[in-house]
Design a protein around this ligand. Structure first.
Ligand code: BDR
Ligand code: CA
Length: 315
């Protein structure tokens, strides 16, 4: 079983991914670290405790992460129009209490990777601030993690915050550009494939009778469905974070392409991901030839991925 550390900003689709992970025999969840993004970091931590309570997995540590971006910019807006102000579709859930791990998220990541060299899969479902800080605290994190699977980016399609940028990249572009250049086994699952994976309203409402996880997910996804209806005129939702989990569970469901990726950190297109698709040699002083390679998901078996995930989301 892979040891799985999930960095997250829960978030409706984060909740789907985390609960599905608890039903996945391929992985053992060994910690949650929280970050701003869909909600402020404090709310992300509270929501992480809520998910652990629901899963009866309160022994899993939660380490709270960054409240500001890598270069110190405070978070000034959250995606409440996508996930609700509480991150869980405004369903008035009881607030779960829990004890935070003694250090911060980045320290937890460093310590966990040090104690389990080559064995920890990191699943990054929010802006990459905590991962970047961990790599700055200890430069061996990138090579000593078994893999780092990132939900983020829009490579050959438009973004979802604006035409250029996907939300997790937009949330902390400096952190993202730093992390994706550190080497190691990094995979990115972006909108190119997550927009191919959808759950229909009928499927999500149908979770209602499928155990504790199913009931909770059917309730919190009503708001998320409405956002997709209002914004995209869809009767389904895009499957972002759970698809990144699927890439940990069954990487062969995706087609991967090696290449160098940069994230724009300024301009109107800040947060945009640019991939070198390897067609040119950049035999000139301006190329990105020294940049480490990552793997980008460019295609997915959407039917198998969504079927597997829906099954795992019910308990
Ligand atoms: C990503 O942004 C967040 O809103 C989602 O939870 C997901 O991680 C999709 O762009
Ligand atoms: Ca997320």
């Amino acid at each position: 079983r892979k040891k799985l550390l999930i960095d997250t900003d829960p978030g409706v689709d984060d909740a789907m991914a985390i609960l599905a992970a608890f039903n996945s025999p391929e992985v053992e969840v060994i910690g949650l670290t929280t970050v701003f993004g869909n909600v402020y970091t404090q709310t992300a931590t509270r929501n992480a405790f809520k998910l652990l309570e629901l899963a009866e997995m309160t022994q899993v540590p939660v380490a709270e992460g960054a409240h500001v971006t890598l270069n110190g910019t405070p978070k000034t807006w959250v995606a409440d129009f996508v996930h609700g102000t509480d991150g869980f579709g405004n369903i008035n859930i009881d607030i779960a209490e829990g004890t935070k791990w003694s250090g911060c998220a980045a320290e937890f990541i460093v310590q966990t990777v040090r104690e389990n060299p080559g064995e920890v899969s990191i699943l990054a479902l929010g802006p990459l601030t905590n991962i970047a800080i961990a790599m700055q605290l200890d430069s061996s994190v990138a090579r000593n993690a078994a893999e780092i699977v990132v939900l983020g980016g829009a490579f050959f399609v438009n973004g979802n915050v604006n035409p250029a940028a996907e939300a997790n990249m937009y949330g902390d572009p400096e952190a993202a550009d730093f992390v994706l250049g550190q080497g190691g086994n990094i995979k990115i699952v972006g909108l190119d494939v997550t927009h191919s994976c959808q759950f229909t309203g009928t499927e999500l409402r149908g979770l209602q009778d499928r155990g504790r996880f199913g009931t909770f997910l059917s309730e919190i996804t009503a708001f998320y469905l409405k956002y997709h209806k209002d914004s995209y005129d869809m009767d389904s939702v895009y499957v972002h974070d759970p698809s990144a989990l699927a890439a940990v569970l069954q990487p062969a469901l995706f087609t991967w392409r090696f290449g160098q990726v940069r994230v724009l950190t300024e301009s109107v297109a800040t947060g945009m991901t640019v991939m070198d698709v390897g067609l040119k040699r950049w035999n000139n002083p301006h190329g990105w030839t020294d940049r480490a390679n990552v793997q980008v998901a460019v295609a997915v078996n959407a039917a198998k991925t969504t079927t597997m995930l829906l099954e795992r989301m019910a308990a």
